[in-house]
Ligand binder design. Structure first.
Ligand code: SF4
Length: 487
């Protein structure tokens, strides 16, 4: 792709039209890089990777791939929760942690943990004592302090106040509820049964535990217009004590249950791209009016109790140790994905093996990979990185392109040598497209290079590498299933 093709046409409305031309272009989510898989057991490579970057931020991600039923809009559903699933899965997680302890030994407690995240799936579907014992085990194994952000995701129907209190006592300090909408009619059409009163009762009960409370909403749902979305925001801002809110744009996957329901005329028509952009703009304005701070491209907070530590780490180069079936993470640039099939996962754990598939980069971090990482990290602060951090091959075209994006209303001022460029509200909406275009302008592939010289090289070389996209839907929010994007 040529940089000139990334210019916003003169006179285009920044929010609704900036990159309408890019809809049909190929996406460049990440710079390709050399990687190779390794089938060695976790015990052979885990300890080395875990201790290698001990001064880097560290998070633990625990995946709970069970839901009561499949939500219409969700491509991430994996296993149905049954009566027995809670004790069964918690036992597996406990056994998994025993194996982690065997492998890491004293090393497990040698790094402070910045964040713990129970994502899914529906972690709040676990029984109170089951999730609490897993959390207590994590605290006995790793260096988790009162400063560590510990989040539990869930749904209104499963998230009883009794559970919340038990999990608070075990150390959880942040609850994240997938609401999608508080409108009863819309929720009913999407198969969400909790009504406004029940939502209010649960949110107030959770707020009473004094945990940080986050809610996620979707925009662009079928039949959801501007008034309906704004009423949801008014309700949450004025009638609840939430500390933060995520706004996720509905992505309709072909052949998904949602797409079929829309085609069958059962749900109403979802907004098109321009309509979704308008909804985002209206919501951002309303939230500012209610005193919320725009914190990351899709997240707003009210007050500083909400820090969004895990979500920011997941978009950075931090280490994330994955635990549980289908959990994704990475240690020292090695991408790790736990076995997705729950039976295969259980069989491996019971046989004393941590079933991790992983891919390791085959060389030091290249300029494109570093740029991709910088784009992602700066976006979490609503910025584009300073031009000095762009790859050398982009230096010639970076400034004119940024001038165009500035004139077009996507950034407040163009990034200079060492100064990052703050995004406007329209820029926040288009940030993923901007990243994709920038990466598309760079040469597509950094060729694999030998392991020699890499800090973890030696013996059989590095374990693992980057899982193919198909392996990543449950991955801790860095891609695929975003934290908080549950039903
Ligand atoms: S949105 Fe969440 S609860 Fe619903 S099916 Fe997907 S993972 Fe399960």
């Amino acid at each position: 792709m040529k940089p000139e093709n990334c210019y916003v046409p003169a006179g285009a409305d920044p929010l609704t039209e900036a990159f309408a031309f890019a809809e049909s272009m190929p996406k460049h989510g990440r710079a390709a890089r050399g990687a190779r898989p390794l089938d060695k057991p976790f015990a052979e490579w885990g300890p080395r990777l875990f201790t290698h970057r001990s001064c880097k931020p560290l998070a633990l991600y625990v995946h709970v791939p069970f839901c009561r039923h499949r939500c219409l809009f969700c491509p991430f559903y994996q296993n149905r929760s049954s009566e027995e699933f809670s004790e069964y899965y918690a036992d597996l997680l406990m056994r998994h942690l025993d194996l982690v302890e065997q492998a890491l030994g004293q090393g497990a407690g040698c790094r402070p943990v910045d964040a713990v995240y129970f994502g899914g799936g529906t972690p709040s579907d676990l029984a109170a004592p089951d999730l609490a014992r897993v959390l207590r085990r994590l605290k006995s194994l790793f260096e988790i302090t009162p400063e560590t952000e510990i989040t539990i995701e869930g749904r209104v129907r499963d998230f009883t106040v009794e559970k919340a209190q038990a999990w608070r006592e075990a150390g959880a300090n942040r609850f994240s509820l997938g609401l999608q909408s508080a409108d009863e009619e819309l929720r009913r059409r999407l198969g969400r049964l909790a009504g406004r009163e029940e939502i209010l009762k649960v949110l107030n009960g959770l707020a009473d535990t004094d945990a940080v409370l986050i809610v996620d909403l979707m925009f662009g749902l079928p039949g959801q217009d501007r008034d309906l979305l704004l009423e949801d925001l008014r309700f949450l801002a004025e009638e609840t004590r939430i500390d933060g809110l995520d706004l996720y744009e509905l992505i309709q996957f072909p052949n998904s249950p949602l797409a079929k329901a829309v085609e069958g005329g059962r749900l109403g028509v979802p907004a098109d791209r321009a309509g979704r952009a308008q909804l985002f703009g209206a919501a951002a304005e309303a939230l500012a009016g209610y005193g919320f701070e725009h914190f990351t491209p899709q997240h707003w907070r009210r007050g500083t109790r909400e820090r969004s530590v895990y979500n920011r780490l997941a978009k950075s180069n931090a280490d994330i140790l994955p635990i549980g079936s289908s959990a994704g993470g990475n240690l020292s640039r090695v991408s790790i994905m736990m076995e997705r099939d729950i039976d295969a996962y259980a069989a491996a754990i019971e046989a004393g093996n941590i079933p991790a598939r992983c891919l390791a980069p085959t060389g030091p971090m290249g300029s494109q990979e570093r740029f991709k990482s910088n784009l992602s990290e700066f976006a979490e602060y609503l910025k584009l990185p300073p031009v000095d951090l762009w790859p050398e091959e982009a230096q010639a075209w970076a400034k004119p392109l940024l001038d165009n994006w500035c004139e077009a209303g996507l950034i407040k001022h163009a990034a200079s040598g060492q100064e990052a460029a703050p995004l406007t509200m329209a820029g926040s909406y288009w940030i993923k497209t901007m990243h994709s275009l920038l990466l598309g302008c760079l040469a597509p592939v950094e060729t694999a290079s030998p392991m020699a010289g890499h800090p973890h090289a030696g013996g059989g070389g590095h374990p693992g590498g980057m899982p193919p996209d198909g392996m990543r839907p449950a991955m801790h929010g860095a891609s695929g299933h975003p934290p908080g994007h549950h039903g």
